[in-house]
Design a protein around this ligand. Structure first.
Ligand code: GLA
Length: 404
């Protein structure tokens, strides 16, 4: 009886929440309905994967570079592994709008226009992303922002065949990002094409708390750079927001630096492993056309990619840190658990974990898969495991309960 009463109360309370709508509530609900309909169409059900021009090329982009990158994403096999978005960043447009207010591709670098580029990218089985800004100018100050032009720009993007929009925050008018990002979200919803919406307001107004009503991912930090200091501090900042992530709504700790030359192979492996575990969008940021074998081996590690793309969509988190010896972990589908031992210190050291720290009972018999060695680990203990990890390196495992 008390249970029945509680259930009834719950139902009534829920009904009250749903009917007590204010204009704010109904906008919020229709936005969520929008995100859900995109989800139903498979948009961002798992973290977006692809490439973006900024980290390597900055403003030095043109259609030849983008097309040959699309070719390389296919010929290297990265496309087959799920890297499907080819994303233009800043500097693709002329410095001013045309006489009817449209953004236009920069004639000297994108003479064939964005529609032709989208057609090319689509012909390769890939998708095209573009970049705009929720202020008066983009961050380079080399092209106009979209503030006050949201409908016009979204309509053009849709007509050109764009599949993804990264929306930056420079030269804004000081108004709340919630308002400016909602405007573009509405414009995209009305534009007649499924467009993944990636918010880039650098984590300034705690976007994890509100951005999932408007888009599919949101930056949680300032810009990444190709250094160890950058990836460690960004990982920690992004970690705080873990519980807000899920299918269709992802924390974005910024694009990958793997292959850009500023870190060693173990550091890049750590960067990629932790981004994958945190369910970050995996957007390659190097020149894929000249990527080394080592770089492609990191970006192409299917077992690590599978962790990122796991259907459960739960962001893994840091569970322990002791003098730079860290354990990160998170649940995966099928009651499996992903674990990363991350050694942030300079010297080789042992890192270990007990089953009960990662939600497994000590009596569970576990098969442990090493995702960088591509082999099973032979176990001598039942309730814990440890391993030597070199300085700045990591080990990444999936614990697969067998019985218990
Ligand atoms: C901002 C963004 C970066 C990049 C640049 C382009 O700094 O955070 O990711 O898009 O602008 O100018």
């Amino acid at each position: 009886m008390p249970f029945l009463f509680a259930a009834l109360f719950h139902l009534l309370w829920h009904a009250h929440q749903v009917t007590a709508s204010s204009p704010v509530n109904s906008t919020h609900r229709s936005q969520q309905a929008y995100s859900h309909s995109l989800l139903a169409n498979g948009v961002a059900r798992t973290p977006p994967m692809g490439w973006n021009s900024w980290n390597h090329f900055h403003c030095d982009i043109d259609e030849k570079t983008i097309k040959s990158t699309a070719d390389a994403i296919v010929s290297t096999g990265l496309a087959r592994l799920g890297y499907k978005y080819v994303n233009l960043d800043d500097c693709w447009a002329e410095g001013e709008r045309d006489n009817v207010g449209n953004l236009r591709a920069k004639a000297s670098t994108f003479p064939s226009g964005i529609k032709a580029l989208a057609d090319y990218v689509h012909s390769k089985g890939l998708k095209l992303g573009i970049y705009a800004d929720a202020g008066k100018r983009t961050c380079s100050n080399k092209m106009p922002g979209s503030l006050g032009h949201e409908y016009q720009d979204a309509k053009n993007f849709a007509e050109w065949g764009v599949d993804y929009l990264k929306y930056d925050n420079c030269y804004n008018d000081g108004s709340k990002p919630q308002t400016r990002y909602a405007a573009m979200s509405r414009a995209l919803r009305n534009a007649g094409r499924l467009i993944l919406f990636s918010l880039c307001e650098w984590g300034q107004e705690d976007p994890a708390k509100w951005a999932s009503s408007y888009g599919h991912s949101w930056r949680t930090t300032g810009d990444i750079n190709d250094t160890w200091a950058s990836i460690t501090s960004i990982a920690d900042s992004n970690n705080i927001w873990g519980r807000y992530a899920g299918p269709g709504r992802w924390n974005d700790p910024d694009m990958l630096e793997v292959g850009n030359g500023g870190m060693n192979i173990e550091e890049y492996r750590s960067h990629f492993s932790i981004w994958a575990l945190m369910k970050a969008p995996l957007l390659i940021g190097c020149d894929v056309r000249s990527a080394s074998k080592e770089t492609l081996t990191i970006l192409g590690n299917k077992e690590v990619i599978d962790v990122n793309q796991d259907s459960l969509g739960v962001q893994g988190r840091k569970i322990r840190s002791n003098g730079g010896l860290e354990v990160w972990a998170g649940p995966l589908s099928g009651k499996r658990v992903v674990v990363v031992f991350w050694n942030r210190s300079q010297a080789r050291a042992i890192i270990s974990v007990k089953w009960r720290e990662i939600g497994l009972s000590p009596s569970t018999l576990v098969a442990v898969r090493d995702l960088w060695k591509h082999s099973f680990v032979s176990m001598n203990k039942r309730y814990r495991m440890g391993a030597y990890v070199a300085g700045h390196a990591c080990k990444m495992y999936i614990m697969i309960p067998v019985r218990g």
